[in-house]
Design a protein around this ligand. Structure first.
Ligand SMILES: Cc1cc2nc3c(=O)[nH]c(=O)nc-3n(C[C@H](O)[C@H](O)[C@H](O)COP(=O)(O)OP(=O)(O)OC[C@H]3O[C@@H](n4cnc5c(N)ncnc54)[C@H](O)[C@@H]3O)c2cc1C
Length: 466
């Protein structure tokens, strides 16, 4: 049987995962083109002085039990990624310098008993929402539901932090249905963790799977244009002038840049463009990577909250003020999650800022302040850490933007109220035949990389049903 020629643009989770699934059927001749020399987009990893660093990511919501692991199982290679769970010790919240295991030690937040009970009621309510009602609940924000239970600012700071960690948006934008779905999945699976060899090992495994199944992968191969004739995608044009014919084109680049730059808006109906133009991305963040000359902790994951006056903080952020201590920091101790992430006797810690807003054109000075504010937070989590720092690397959201575009945002098109469930961007292009989209933008459910993997699983189903 002759194989259908498929071209995939981008080696992010969406592109590499759908490529692996399609190549494995042997019904498609898969060629994937990636503009960078690194594999994996926002999930990519690289090495520095024997330390394995991720461009961005640090924790995977469900590891082998989630969408990323499902793809490996579907191609018959479940052990091509080795997962380490963030357990023993479990993740901990550091609230203003005090460690709190959540929800076991929630009383350490010094909440009035009535608020403590209200949190439990909120949680019970959110987790008991039946699946069939998620779409309806997605019209409400976590903030508005929480306000019905308690208006305590400390409670909001903790739950607001989780909205930031999951979806990289504020709790005022986070839809209840998606929040409940992702929380329930994580509580059921109990498999949050990290892949050995860095987050890049996941897309690298998918790419290896494409090649093993006869597909081709080209790195440092930027695509300039998707070739469209009579309303049908016919192939791609590379920056170097080479044309590649294809019967199907899949773009992992994101819905907006694909339409705006690779296809061209002239191919789209006005109502499609109007819908697409309205979508907003999640916020961007920057990452501080800290190499230590010796292990200083056996913790695996700390979520740091320094302030509980979120309404004041929101205003400060709108005014572009960076606090001396960054208030919401996610701090995975990578080498405790993956002992091979650094040379023996050393330690690797990463700090990532939550949902801090950015000025339109942040300058070097602004990023320097952000870096210092993030490091001050780490110094509260681990007093004395500065004595053991060998070096630090700060990956700014501007660098992420330069590498992967879309303003360097973390997730893709944000899972905010009005942009989830049936309102997610399209997988099947509505105006150009044989063109499909596969990235976190067009994923339906899940956190970060799992949202992009969800997009790959759904697109695979569509293509296989044809
Ligand atoms: C700082 C940061 C922290 C994060 N933390 C986490 C986390 O802890 N857990 C988690 O699960 N997720 C996390 N994420 C989110 C996660 O990384 C993304 O949601 C996911 O990787 C997006 O995958 P994607 O398939 O949408 O593609 P992307 O990663 O956006 O990849 C798209 C690919 O297309 C390529 N491309 C673009 N244009 C072209 C072109 N013209 N020609 C060829 N190739 C092109 C790009 O180079 C890129 O490789 C984080 C992201 C960042 C930035």
């Amino acid at each position: 049987m002759s194989q259908k020629r498929i071209v995939i643009i981008g080696s992010g989770i969406g592109g590499s995962a759908v490529g692996a699934l399609l190549a494995h059927t042997r019904s498609y001749e898969v060629s994937l083109y990636e503009r960078n020399k690194l594999i994996g987009g926002r999930f990519a990893s690289y090495e520095k002085d024997g330390f394995k660093l991720d461009i961005g990511c640090h924790l995977i919501a469900n590891c082998d039990k989630g969408a990323l692991g499902q793809i490996l199982r579907m191609v018959g290679r479940p052990d091509w990624v080795e997962w380490h769970y963030a357990a023993k010790p479990a993740p901990v919240i550091n609230f203003k310098g005090k460690r709190v295991r959540f929800p076991k030690e929630i009383d350490a937040l010094n909440l009035p008993p009535e608020d403590f009970n209200k949190i439990m009621e909120f949680y019970t309510k959110a987790l008991s929402i039946p699946e069939a009602e998620y779409d309806a609940w997605d019209k409400r924000s976590v903030f508005s539901l929480m306000q019905e239970y308690t208006k305590n600012e400390t409670v909001r700071a903790v739950f607001g932090l989780l909205s930031g960690v999951f979806f990289v948006i504020s709790d005022k934008e986070t839809p209840v249905g998606e929040y409940a779905l992702c929380s329930k999945q994580m509580l059921t699976n109990r498999s949050t963790g990290y892949p050995a060899g860095g987050t890049g090992s996941v897309p690298e495994a998918y790419i290896k799977s494409i090649k093993t199944d006869g597909g081709q992968v080209f790195l440092s191969a930027p695509v300039k244009q998707i070739l469209v004739e009579n309303g049908e995608a016919r192939g791609i044009l590379l920056n170097n002038g080479q044309k590649v014919d294809a019967e199907i084109v899949i773009s992992n680049v994101g819905n907006q840049p694909t339409v705006n730059y690779l296809v061209g808006r002239e191919h789209y109906r006005p109502e499609v463009l109007a819908r697409l133009d309205k979508y907003e991305y999640s916020k961007a963040t920057s990452m501080l990577k800290i190499a230590l000359d010796q292990p200083i902790t056996d913790e695996k994951m700390v979520m740091f909250i320094d302030r509980d006056d979120l309404s004041v903080l929101e205003q400060e952020r709108r005014d572009g003020i960076i606090a001396d201590v960054l208030t919401d920091v996610m701090c995975p101790v990578i080498s405790n999650l993956d002992p091979k992430a650094c040379p023996a006797g050393r330690q690797l810690i990463i700090a990532g800022g939550g949902t801090h807003p950015m000025p339109e054109k942040p300058d070097q000075e602004w990023f320097k302040k952000l870096e210092a504010s993030m490091f001050n937070a780490v110094k509260i989590i681990y007093p004395g850490i500065e004595k053991h720092v060998m070096w630090t690397t700060f990956t700014t959201s501007r660098e992420i933007d330069n590498l992967f575009g879309e303003n360097g945002n973390v997730i893709g098109i944000a899972q905010k109220v009005g942009q989830v469930g049936p309102d997610r961007p399209f997988l099947t292009d509505p105006c150009v035949k044989n063109l499909y989209h596969c990235s976190a933008d067009s994923g339906m459910h899940g956190i970060g990389g799992e949202l992009a993997a969800d997009s790959a699983l759904r697109l695979f189903e569509i293509l296989e049903s044809k």
